[in-house]
Design a protein around this ligand. Sequence first.
Ligand code: SAM
Ligand code: SF4
Length: 334
Amino acid sequence: MAIQPDLIDPFGRRVTYLRISVTDRCDFRCTYCMSENMTFLPRRDLLTLEELERICVTFINKGVRNLRLTGGEPLVRRNVMHLISNLGQQIENGNLDELTITTNGSQLHRFSSQLFEYGVRRVNVSLDTLDRDQFAKITRWGRLDQVLNGLECARKAGLKIKINTVAVKNQNEYEIESMMKWAHGEGFDLTLIETMPLGEIDGDRNEQYLPISTVRARLEEKYTLEDIAYNTGGPARYVEVKETGGRIGFITPMTHNFCESCNRVRLTCTGKLYMCLGKDDEADLREPLRNSEGDELLSQAIEEAISRKPKGHDFLIDRDSKHSLSRHMSVTGG
Ligand code: SAM
Ligand code: SF4
């Protein structure tokens, strides 16, 4: 592999982490993420799996060490396991440290063993509630038992599991403690996430927004939370819960700006590169990818994009939605 200079942005941050939304489609319709009647990106605009792989390998050649596949629901993209198998080879060859996946868990019963076989060792599974009815309400189309079965299959396959829970006011707000007790009892880390104003949804985001600081304060009334230095390469700040011995990660884009250590960029399934989750600026990688046999144009386009990575975002859930973005989380994959 030709040695190439690392990707360093104007603020001296090294970009070592690429998230790839392999599809914006999903078999769920979580209320904070999507409206029930979604218009998805036209299929003709989608990059093929081979094209996604070419982009990933170009990033790897430029110093990216971590890839996370996400979506939409990454495991509903047809033949996605081919891509995972090929990217897994990069771990075997020593070019990549980690290949991970963020999933709603609905397909883990089908794919867990293969994921492990191809080199995936950690999965983030999004689960907001353990109450069947509440689950159906939040995901609209999901079935809790299928996800719980998927989690069991993932565990049996040897995958390390982290649970991602979005804290939603008036929905799972008073269930966070039982989620924590369950997750820690199962040996899973739990990450709590604030809702972010991304994309049109059917409800009002103001009514969903629950500051993680409130959630943390409520937990602290009953539990001892100790800040720890544990880091999985993401934006979560971790604590250890003395009483359970488990870990909780807090992701607080709205109340706490975590941009200073940002090491990541995000690729959509149509080849757009977003340098910040909270900004609209993007770079098109599809044209340079398709216009060159080799990867020179693509490589230049990536470097140019990184030179535009902004210092940070300015999310704010406000009444006139001035600081909201029209793009859904499923486009850039969280
Ligand atoms: N479908 C997969 C899943 O649900 O894990 C992967 C994609 S999903 C967009 C990635 C993560 O983003 C999930 O944990 C989900 O709960 C979270 N998410 C979606 N919309 C969000 C929003 N508006 N604010 C905060 N988190 C959001
Ligand atoms: Fe689908 Fe994940 Fe969005 Fe839920 S959060 S609708 S599972 S992409």
